[in-house]
Design a protein around this ligand. Structure first.
Ligand SMILES: [Zn+2]
Length: 229
């Protein structure tokens, strides 16, 4: 049995048999299921044509979304001694697979096996930066190679500052800019998702305005309705 058959056979059984849902597995949500399928698929991607075929039939959106990859080539001069770097654009699925997907898979596997949570999180930042850099393709430094993968063997512990900065990931959905134009410190971390103001003091002007409008419209209507009765 080759690795691609294994991959196809193992996957559905594994997914269906996960009756015991761990708390961390946001199990059941379509996002979590899709993420799991993609992540496990990429990490376990078989080599060569089988890998490309797996992507095409299981996660076709993934290939489509890859921006044309700028890859660095070297051209030997006619004299045969000097080489000149030049940039070529990979647009076909085959080229994207060769110059982008395979490098992504290699990095993802290193991250998967990294010794601790810190290294894994750091590795995922690298994926954002190196594989999903945005802007003018010719100027964005796409991953020409996986030279930084050795760092995934383990990083030094973060400094206190870096550790605290990384907490941003935990609060990412709750980082807000206070809606009060006169707020003395606009950037805050909310305690609930619907929160728009950093403090009671900052929400007061908006509350007053809301009450004023309410009395001017709904309140007035109700008062006049009461009088009529
Ligand atoms: Zn405020």
């Amino acid at each position: 049995m080759n690795s691609s058959t294994q991959l196809r056979k193992a996957r559905p059984a594994k997914l269906n048999s996960s009756k015991k849902k761990s708390r961390r597995d946001l199990a059941g949500s379509p996002l979590a299921r899709d993420a799991k399928k993609l992540l496990e698929g990429l990490a376990n991607l078989p080599d060569g044509d089988c890998g490309l075929a797996w992507l095409r039939s299981n996660v076709p959106y993934f290939l489509d979304e890859i921006a044309p990859v700028v890859r660095k080539e070297t051209l030997a001069s006619t004299a045969g001694e000097e080489t000149f770097p030049y940039f070529a654009v990979a647009k076909t699925d085959e080229d994207k697979y060769k110059y982008w997907v395979l490098r992504l898979c290699a990095t993802l596997r290193e991250i998967w096996r990294a010794p601790d949570r810190r290294t894994k999180e750091w590795g995922m930042f690298r994926i954002s930066q190196d594989f999903y850099g945005q802007g003018v393709p010719e100027l964005v430094n796409h991953p020409y190679s996986n030279e930084a993968d050795f760092l995934l063997l383990g990083l030094k512990p973060p400094s206190r500052g870096e550790r605290l900065l990384l907490e941003f990931m935990r609060w990412a959905e709750l980082t807000r800019y206070c809606g009060n134009p006169d707020c003395p410190a606009h950037y805050f971390i909310a305690t609930r998702r619907s929160q728009k103001y950093c403090s009671d003091a900052c929400s007061k002007p908006a509350q007053r305005e809301f009450k004023r409008r309410w009395w001017a419209t709904t309140g007035r209507r109700r008062r006049s309705a009461k009088k009529k009765r």
